[in-house]
Design a protein around this ligand. Structure first.
Ligand code: NAD
Ligand code: TYD
Length: 353
């Protein structure tokens, strides 16, 4: 099995590449531009594996994508490359439109041309998994869950650009019969997570005795999934999912942001004690504009149709994650030098801390 993965140097992409190479024994070509969010050190365990290869390229570069398809000749594409951080999309959205919309379009077209030239058997077996987010559904109130049938209602430039890319992927299935499957997942966390997102930012700021910024009152809810559970789900969906379908991915682990931050503080009080409890570092700051109140995934379709189950609960996964950051400063120290955790995502600049 030859799998072309885009965005394999990112957080989820690197977990997926490690899974495909080390657990499944698949041949993987990782195409990644290596933006600020791409770190080849996340792939140290596969770097010298003969099953793994890397090509630095921009997914918006049609000629480079065409050449990659022709030389690697994949059986499957798993498309993860994207600009992924909501706060960055608020301060500068152009790159989100370019990579997430134009880049996905470019990938779909390069893949479709290559697929059209395949012999019947390879053509039938070929799949293009477009990896997306539950943020395309917008915000939930206190009740209800996102199902695959929930109407799209994106709030941020990030989620709007992902919604656009999902529509393109679905249109390529309907219009060209191109074998696309779409997955929409809830918030991931785990090792090798770039320290701009809530969980790694909180862990590292707490370790360094810096303020822990909580937006608004901290009562927004996210549904957390351990990244390795997501990687297994993606492999399963690409393998056994039905063409043209959407699969929601989530582990039924809803938490308020303030409770996530307090849990991390409590773990660090035991694993890396300091004079004062870490909770004393919590600082409530100006809310994110357009901040979605609640996300929660109904993963029934994935569970019943494909037999997937999350292995980690939030309690087991967050403990593993905090432990990983404590043990792997070699990975995050260089990233912290380039981005020190300062507040992003206030359109007028400045702000709450
Ligand atoms: P990430 O930001 O950690 O990694 C993105 C990767 O894509 C990086 O390695 C980056 O270098 C690469 N990239 C960016 N622009 C590129 C371009 N133009 N050409 C080639 N490579 C490029 O993101 P992530 O958190 O790993 O997310 C991966 C995918 O999963 C994204 O499509 C995202 O929308 C989706 N997703 C993320 C989450 C989450 O909680 N992080 C949840 C659901 C879905
Ligand atoms: P984030 O990790 O950016 O993921 P997303 O916006 O894609 O859900 O944020 C998770 C939640 O945490 C979200 O409700 C915003 C909030 N948040 C904070 O309270 N403080 C922070 O410093 C960050 C980065 C996020």
């Amino acid at each position: 099995m030859r799998v072309l993965v885009t965005g394999g140097a990112g957080f989820i992409g690197s977990a997926l590449v490690r899974h495909l190479v080390l657990e499944k024994g698949y041949e993987v070509l990782n195409i990644d531009k290596l933006t600020y969010a791409g770190t080849l050190t996340s792939l140290q365990t596969v770097a010298d594996n003969p099953l793994y290869s890397f090509r630095r390229a921009d997914i918006c570069d049609a000629l480079a994508m065409e050449a990659a398809f022709e030389s690697f000749r994949p059986d499957r594409v798993m498309h993860l490359a994207a600009e992924s951080h909501v706060d960055r999309s608020i301060t500068g959205s152009r790159q989100f439109i370019e990579t997430n919309v134009i880049g996905t379009y470019t990938m779909l077209e390069a893949a479709r041309r290559y697929w059209q030239g395949l012999a019947d058997r390879e053509k039938d077996a070929f799949r293009f998994l477009h990896v997306s987010t539950d943020e395309v559904y917008g915000s939930l109130g206190a009740e209800g869950l996102f199902a695959e049938t929930t109407a799209y209602d994106p709030s941020s430039p990030y989620s709007a650009s992902k919604a656009g890319s999902d529509f393109l992927a679905k249109a390529w299935a309907r219009t060209y019969g191109f074998p696309v499957i779409v997955s929409n997942c809830s918030n991931n966390y785990g090792p090798y997570h770039f320290p701009e997102k809530l969980i790694p930012l909180t862990i590292l700021n707490a370790l360094e005795g810096k303020p822990l910024p909580v937006y608004g009152k901290g009562d927004n809810i996210r549904d957390w999934l351990f990244v390795e559970d997501h990687a297994r789900a993606l492999d399963l969906i690409a393998e056994r999912g039905r063409i043209g379908e959407t699969y929601n991915v989530g582990g039924r682990n809803e938490r308020r942001n303030i409770d996530v931050v307090r849990t991390i503080c409590a773990l660090l009080d035991t694993m890396a004690p300091r004079r004062e409890p870490h909770e004393a570092l919590i600082t409530f700051v100006t809310d994110r504009p357009g901040h979605d109140a609640r996300y929660a995934i109904d993963a029934t379709k994935l569970e019943t149709e494909l037999g997937w189950r999350a292995i980690e609960t939030f309690d087991t996964g967050i403990e593993k994650t905090v432990r990983w950051y404590l043990d792997n400063a070699w990975w995050w120290e260089p990233l912290r030098r380039d981005y020190d955790g300062r507040r992003l995502g206030l359109p007028a600049g400045g702000g709450g801390r």
